[in-house]
Design a protein around this ligand. Sequence first.
Ligand SMILES: Nc1ncnc2c1ncn2[C@@H]1O[C@H](COP(=O)(O)OP(=O)(O)OP(=O)(O)O)[C@@H](O)[C@H]1O
Length: 297
Amino acid sequence: MLELNGVEHVYPNGTRALNGVTISIGKGMFGLLGPNGAGKSSLMRTIATLQTPTAGSIRFGDIDVLAEPTRLRSTLGYLPQDFGVYPRVSAYDLLDHMVSLKGIANKADRKATVETLLNQTNLWTHRNKAVAGYSGGMRQRFGIAQALIGNPQLIIVDEPTAGLDPEERNRFYNLLVEIGQNVVVILSTHIVEDVADLCPSMAVLAAGRIQLEGAPADLIRRSRGTIWAKTIERDRLEEVKTGYEVISTRLLSGSTIVHILSEKDPGNGFTQVDGGLEDVYLSTLVRSRRPAAPLAA
Ligand SMILES: Nc1ncnc2c1ncn2[C@@H]1O[C@H](COP(=O)(O)OP(=O)(O)OP(=O)(O)O)[C@@H](O)[C@H]1O
């Protein structure tokens, strides 16, 4: 179990990227969903011990992460958002090098580890190719292979499916689901389907705060009665936006279907819809942007 308590991060320029993040994450796939700039990468880097939060505490099992970062690192697999430039060496040699960096010095053990990982990530047939020449999907699978070195109990993948085509994304999903059975896997993303398809539990992060957390199906159920739809002419959209909290618009045969958030029946031709996870996510973002209610005197 990973437990974060009141985690804050203020960058030296004064940007408050994390604002009191408190959450417990158990085994399995956990989706952290949030828009660009929400603080996801800051949170992932903080959990991965690459930066120290300005306040708060983090525990993973019996490890006090801030006091014992080396212990955490020995059980961590991390696939960062941007891996940077790969050298022009074969996938096999690069992985072999990474395995030895992780402290597996014995040649036979190293060989066994490299071969298992290349097979697990379906890269065995491409092992002699340079990673620099891999497709986006192959690179991400290589990223997972290196993240799995040493059987980590905590795996963090930051925005892993950006730029993958549907087939590559699917293959990557299957790989994540397979490894997510017995360890904590945190998947940070702004893509709703990533979470809807993969994660039994999730949270929405916006403006450095956890705005919502739970099981996607429960969150969808709880949103019932708050999402309303109407088909309008496109040129009426601005008018609708001034009167209602619009969460999404979609074009259909020249008309626009607009979804709004409303805790009560808005009337005016809107009908209630059973929203999906995208509606839940977008309405959470709309709520998070509402001005705070004035405190009662
Ligand atoms: N090193 C830094 N110094 C100052 N501000 C930073 C730094 N890194 C991130 N920020 C700011 O902190 C906030 C959160 O950024 P972060 O990258 O964690 O968000 P994110 O949810 O991962 O977004 P994205 O998906 O765009 O990477 C943003 O306002 C960002 O501009």
